[in-house]
Design a protein around this ligand. Structure first.
Ligand code: G3P
Length: 218
């Protein structure tokens, strides 16, 4: 499973890139707004900054709601950088946009996916990747990770489906562990959670012991 970092914070992305553990980035309008980005020009500038250090896919979301407008916006976004995945919501208009953008060779990320049926529709429409939102389903007492497992199982059962599965709305390190076990191709993870994935008290204690023994013996 590949790890992407889920943020529009360029500093965090540069730090994550230095670690060598992430191969892509996902953004959305909320993450952009959190960084003070509220217009297409600023979004474009930030995405182009990100592309200087991340050569893998960078997801950028449309804010249009009608198919025609999503397609127009998606085509503009696709011009910003080479490695963009245009994020399109899981609505009927969104499926039409995914279909028409993918027909023009544009990579798409089917976002806001909350059901296996939505993932089936996105794959038919030709999405490059689907983003099942695990944490937000957990929030309403549904099993987000079970949805990831079902989507992976169905996509693998039908080899003509080329759509990848990216676990999204990841809230804690155990979500990453579970997504990998479910066979997700990618998990997109906030940087704080990536850092937590590295933590283990026995690693800290072990280092302390090794260093005490080493320096204590001098
Ligand atoms: O990748 C989608 C993600 O950013 C949504 O996460 O925590 O807002 O549900 P969250």
């Amino acid at each position: 499973m590949r790890l992407f970092v889920d943020t529009a914070n360029v500093k965090e992305i540069y730090e994550a890139a230095e670690l060598g553990v992430v191969t892509g980035v996902t953004t959305n309008p909320s993450l952009a707004a959190k960084e003070g980005i509220s217009d297409p020009d600023a979004y474009k500038k930030t995405v182009q900054e990100i592309a200087k250090v991340i050569s893998g896919p960078i997801s950028v979301e449309v804010v249009s709601t009608e198919a025609k407008d999503m397609i127009e916006e998606g085509l503009k976004i696709a011009d910003w950088i080479d490695n963009v995945w245009v994020k399109i919501p899981s609505t009927l208009a969104g499926f039409e946009a995914i279909h028409k953008l993918s027909d023009q060779g544009i990579n798409t990320n089917q976002t806001l996916c909350f059901s296996t049926n939505q993932a089936i529709l996105g794959a038919q429409a030709g999405s490059t990747v689907v983003s099942p939102f695990v944490g937000r389903l957990d929030d309403i007492a549904q099993d987000g990770m079970a949805m990831v497992g079902e989507i992976v199982e169905i996509y693998r059962k039908f080899p003509t489906i080329k759509t990848q599965v990216m676990a999204a709305s990841i809230r804690h390190p155990f979500h990453c562990h579970q997504a990998a076990l479910m066979g997700a191709d990618i998990s997109t993870v906030p940087f704080g959670i990536i850092k937590k994935m590295a933590e283990h008290p026995l690693t800290d204690k072990g280092m302390e012991l090794f260093l005490n023994d080493w320096y204590g013996s001098k």
